[in-house]
Write a protein that binds this ligand. Structure first.
Ligand code: 13P
Ligand code: SF4
Length: 336
């Protein structure tokens, strides 16, 4: 079946996929490259990659791999993070225009000014930030270990958390941390998954499990709805994309509502054909993630192009913050 890009469905015929995948894997082997794909990539890329997972899982693979080349199928900050962790390896990104609206919501000058207002505070930055922002950061986190990262900081120390306001509010809630200041950034895809989307889908699928990414604009309302008894606490979880993959494999529910970028549905449906996985909002598609197309991945491997560079001084400052991040949290594909 051939359908438009931006859905969780394949974009190639099966015969075309097999031809393309064979060439991609053979070129990767010739060049000594490992292919990493984020859970929001198009289905063909998720399937052809050597490793597919969430941000923390892919960062760990990038730090540990013996491959000489990492081909990163994700967005720019992810490839930069891999380069920071493995400065002696080549990291290739098939389209350097694959950015991130959340990473764009704070720059290094803004972070320096914020730090000056709070001397002595520890800076926790979400991994969805530029290398320059990471260089001004004490410890990075991802959606799967953000609460553990905050808990690792002494309780009387002020925290500056950036840039995602919804993840920040979620972490503040689960850790009970009072001295945590939160930057008002957001991801346009997750901010667009609204409380009204949740109400409509829960009314249509009243028995479904509910999995929500903490970057979502609806996270706070989901938790308010649980408190008021309008959503079932035992069937609702706030998870990273890797946590959703783990939950999907073991759910006994027949229907699961998924509040995140729709590319993940391909992973979930592949893991469990007993359950129906339903997008909370079908339009939650990240145009940056979809810039990495099968054709661009093949060109990158054929032409050996797309190198990511991070200035050595910035990389050196950012590395400590990213290494602290990968040391914290479970080693799986991402949990709560
Ligand atoms: P995780 O895969 O770490 O949950 O991150 C989601 C995301 O938005 C990456 O862009
Ligand atoms: Fe960035 Fe949002 Fe796209 Fe993730 S889904 S890469 S946070 S814009």
């Amino acid at each position: 079946m051939t359908t438009a890009l931006g859905t969780d469905r394949p974009t190639m015929t099966s015969a075309d996929y097999h031809r393309w995948a064979a060439e991609v894997r053979s070129l990767a082997e010739q060049r000594g490259a490992v292919i990493l794909a984020h859970n929001y990539q198009v289905p063909e890329i998720q399937d052809v990659a050597h490793f597919t997972g969430d941000s923390l899982y892919l960062s760990r693979i990038a730090a540990q791999t013996d491959a000489a080349i990492i081909v990163f199928c994700g967005v720019h900050f992810m490839a930069e993070t891999a380069k920071i962790l493995s400065p002696d390896k080549r990291v290739l990104l098939p389209d350097h225009a694959a950015g991130c609206s959340l990473a764009d919501s704070i720059n290094a000058d803004q972070l320096r000014a914020w730090k000056a207002e709070h001397p002595g505070a520890v800076v926790v930055s979400y991994v969805n930030t530029t290398a320059a922002v990471k260089a001004e950061t004490d410890i990075c986190c991802t959606s799967s270990n953000a609460a553990d990262v905050v808990r690792s900081i002494p309780e009387d120390t002020e925290i500056l958390f950036c840039p995602d306001q919804f993840l920040g509010a979620h972490v503040k809630r689960v850790t009970g941390r009072h001295n945590m200041h939160i930057w008002a950034g957001e991801c346009h895809v997750h901010a667009g998954i609204s409380p009204s989307d949740v109400r409509a889908k829960v009314a249509a699928y009243p028995d479904a499990d509910i999995l929500v990414h903490p970057e979502c604009g609806c996270t706070t309302s989901v938790l308010d709805l649980i408190s008021s008894g309008d959503l079932p606490a035992d069937r609702t979880r706030v998870l990273s994309t890797g946590g959703m993959v783990e939950a999907a494999a073991t759910t006994v529910s027949g229907q699961v509502l998924i509040a995140t970028e729709t590319g993940i549905l391909h992973q979930l449906r592949g893991l469990n054909d007993r359950a129906e996985f339903i997008a909370m909002n079908d339009r939650a598609t990240c145009r940056y993630m979809k810039m990495i197309t099968p054709a661009k991945l093949l060109t990158t491997l054929r032409e050996d192009t797309g190198d990511i560079a991070v200035p050595a001084d910035i990389a050196a400052k950012a590395r400590a913050a990213v290494e602290r991040m990968i040391a914290i949290g479970s080693p799986g594909r991402g949990g709560e």
